[in-house]
Design a protein around this ligand. Structure first.
Ligand code: SAH
Length: 279
């Protein structure tokens, strides 16, 4: 018998004597299902198309260094869905259910926004990135995948957060691999409705980084971060979902001008030891 590299539970697309054919993406159904996230066959097919689009445009649009079906499944698709795993039932309903609005800041190739849009089709999703080549790719992907409730916006978070249709307009704001948490708090929380949340996906050991962002989050009107370990897919170190819940309006002066949240993160002492929080 030819054994499957994925073990006995590998989903078989077709089985012929002496030969095993499988689509590794079929295992999304099982992995996600084990965490209570339902992925159906049609969505699986859409993930296959999305993977093909990523491979086709990867180099031209500088989308991701990750390639190969299993790696893309585990590192990009399943990791993106960890955002949903980090939410409890009520939070998931409010953030990703019927009538909800979600924003993905610094989405790059569409991560985590597109996997979430595929699995939670009731959500209206806005994907934001400042790099034109990436947003051009996303426009193609949205069209090819038939994602009618997904839109893409080219721009910087610092500017878009001051535009009325985006400011304090989202139930859920997501981010992955965009910036350190003090900067991220300023780039994401202004977009959240009061009662909404910003969820940043990080690796392990983020306690110190989260503490350093406490002042920035408070200034944006959010409660202290909750750190929720999450893991979807083959076992490895858990990731951390950093969850900020917005409790009050963000003062109109935030976020500051382009690049300032990065250069002078709120509440983080510079090398002279002076906090720039009120600069
Ligand atoms: N979230 C994706 C991409 C991470 S790379 C993933 O997980 O793979 C970070 C992306 O954030 C880049 O595409 C960059 O253009 C974008 N970005 C960084 N700062 C930004 C800002 N202030 N406004 C909008 N996009 C930003």
């Amino acid at each position: 018998m030819v054994s499957s590299p994925l073990g006995d539970a590998g989903a078989m697309v077709s089985q012929q004597p002496g030969r095993t054919q499988e689509n590794p993406l079929e295992r999304l159904i099982e992995y996600a299902g084990s965490a209570g996230i339902q992925v159906n066959e049609e969505q699986c097919r859409q993930f296959t198309v999305y993977h093909e689009l990523l491979e086709e445009h990867r180099q031209r649009a500088n989308l991701t260094a990750i390639t190969g079906l299993e790696k893309v499944r585990d590192e990009l698709f399943l990791r993106s869905l960890e955002i949903a795993v980090a939410l409890n039932g009520a939070e998931r309903e409010r953030s990703l259910g019927e009538g909800s609005r979600m924003l993905d800041i610094g989405t790059g190739a569409g991560l985590p926004g597109i996997p979430l849009a595929l699995v939670f089709p009731d959500t209206r999703v806005t994907l934001v990135d400042s790099i034109r080549k990436k947003t051009d790719f996303l426009a193609i992907a949205i069209e090819e995948l038939g994602l009618e409730r997904v839109e893409v916006v080219n721009g910087r978070a610092e500017e878009l957060a001051h535009v009325e249709e985006h400011r304090e307009s989202y139930d859920l704001v997501t981010s992955r691999a965009v910036a350190a948490l003090p900067e991220l708090a300023e780039l994401t929380i202004p977009f959240c409705k009061i009662g909404g949340m910003s969820v940043a996906l990080k690796g392990a050991n983020v306690e110190a980084e989260a503490r350093s962002a406490a002042s920035a989050a408070a200034q944006m009107g959010a409660s202290a971060a909750l750190l929720r370990p999450v893991r979807l897919g083959p076992p490895s170190d858990p990731d951390t979902a950093v969850v900020w819940r917005k409790t009050s309006k963000t003062p109109a002066r935030f976020p500051r001008r382009n690049g300032v949240p990065h250069k002078r993160p709120l509440g983080v002492p510079d090398r002279s030891g002076v906090s720039k929080a009120d600069a």
